[in-house]
Design a protein around this ligand. Structure first.
Ligand SMILES: *Cc1c(COP(=O)(O)O)cnc(C)c1O
Length: 433
């Protein structure tokens, strides 16, 4: 399978090139050249299949031409080492719990898969993965790559600006993971990483790569769990009128769902749930896309003012606003509505949402129609936002799960770093010796 750039000015790339480069040379995002429909017998039988069986069928549609079946199966099973259950919240609404992985958020799936794919393509030289983080991405990538041979990860994060829970998840790991505590803000971290990728000398001495969310190796495996969600509904005898709601920031997660629909996933429509960052919602209403600076909200992993995967959604629908609107509707939740939804859902159903899932659940309660079954993606465990949830819904008494607490017992190890590129370059050059 070849991959083309959404900007249309780069040559077709192999899977390996798309994964190792991340971004196309014309700065566009890679798209698979074809998205094949899965055969009818798969949809008939998926209700009886296991999670790994479902995921392997989907993986082979994307990657089967490029990676041998046995190896691909190992990558998939190794990635999906935790369950993704569909849990009933109320009569017509289910939560797809994507938070049972090592860092308690859905990004574990993409990060774990990408680490294994990068290792597959890189048997010879050592690769250095650089990742700037404001919190969640760093932990998913660091844990996804932990212990993967031939890969070293350098996480740059703004000193004093991430929560202690988040910090523990990438500063206590050791082994092939190094945390760099940058004396600056997130933008400084990102600028350091960008400068490193553009530096000729560094790139001639080290193999550098990025693990950000636009990489196809992080994006495509997210389709696995959409099929698994529907398989679980089939198992319950529900086969029609399914609506899926995705709390969205950079729109990578929903994009994987839209790809799945193109492969034949029997979902009648999608809802993109947003917080007060409403660029996509406004696009649906006006057909104009007007990026703007993000504003902070309670659902902070969705605080995005210029969603990077918007280009892929446009491409998937041939740049047709009406085609996009036929498959996707939008819903916006303010911080007050997020807090109110968490409290109300807990009181009525006993189910505790995190602030991102609350945007999704609320969008469904607003938008679900008679006869439909709704699934929302619960993208993180509420304990990741302990202060927010315990302040708003004290009755739920959310506590930190054991596997998260384990990180907090670890010993913090960081390399202090200024925001001056010369210092960062010197650090990287010492690695090449
Ligand atoms: C990253 C993230 C999102 C947003 O996902 P996108 O793929 O960027 O749209 C939503 N919720 C949580 C908890 C996240 O970490």
């Amino acid at each position: 399978m070849k991959y083309y750039s959404t900007n249309g000015k780069a040559p077709l790339a192999s899977l390996e090139t798309a994964v190792v480069q991340g971004l196309a040379p014309d700065r566009g995002l890679y798209m698979p050249e074809r998205i094949d429909r899965l055969p009818a017998d798969f949809f008939q039988s998926m209700g009886e299949m296991t999670f790994h069986e479902v995921a392997c069928r989907v993986a082979s549609a994307y990657f089967g031409e490029d990676i041998a079946e046995k190896e691909l199966r190992e990558m998939v099973c190794d990635t999906l080492s935790f369950p993704i259950p569909l849990v009933r919240v109320r009569e017509d609404i289910y939560s797809l719990e994507l938070f049972h992985g090592p860092t308690l958020a859905f990004k574990d799936v993409g990060a774990r898969f990408m680490a294994r794919m990068l290792k597959h393509f890189n048997q010879e030289t050592e690769v250095h993965v650089l990742v700037a983080t404001s919190g969640d991405t760093g932990s998913a990538v660091a844990n996804g790559f932990l212990g993967v041979k031939g890969i070293r990860v350098h996480v740059l994060y703004p000193k004093g600006k991430v929560s202690r829970i988040q910090e523990c998840q990438f500063t206590t790991l050791g082994r092939n993971i190094t945390a760099l505590e940058v004396d600056g803000n997130f933008d400084d971290c990102q600028a350091l990483v960008k400068s490193a990728f553009m530096d000729g000398e560094l790139n001639s001495r080290l193999r550098l790569t990025s693990a950000n969310s636009i990489n196809v190796a992080r994006l495509l495996p997210q389709s696995f769990y959409y099929f698994w969600a529907l398989a679980q509904l089939h198992h319950l005898g529900i086969r029609e009128n399914v609506v899926v709601c995705v709390p969205s920031g950079n729109f990578g997660n929903i994009c994987s769902g839209l790809f799945a629909k193109r492969m034949g996933l029997p979902v009648s429509r999608f809802i993109a749930a947003n917080n007060a960052n409403t660029v996509f919602f406004d696009y649906l209403r006006s057909s104009r896309y007007e990026p703007r600076p993000s504003i902070p909200t309670l659902a902070n992993a969705m605080d995005v003012g210029d969603p990077s995967n918007f280009a892929r959604i446009l491409e998937l629908y041939g740049h047709s606003h009406s085609a996009i609107c036929a498959d996707i509707s939008g819903c916006v939740s303010t911080d007050q509505q997020i807090a109110e939804t968490m409290r109300q859902c807990y009181e009525e159903t006993g189910y505790m949402l995190d602030p991102h899932g609350a945007c999704g659940y609320r969008a469904l309660t607003q938008g679900i129609r008679e006869g439909e079954t709704g699934i929302f993606l619960e993208t993180a465990h509420p304990a990741k936002f302990l202060q927010v949830v315990n302040e708003r819904v004290p009755a739920a008494k959310v506590t930190i799960p054991e596997r998260l607490a384990a990180f907090m017992k670890g010993h913090k190890q960081t390399v202090p770093m200024s925001r001056d590129f010369a210092d960062f370059k010197e650090y990287l050059l010492t690695l090449s010796k």
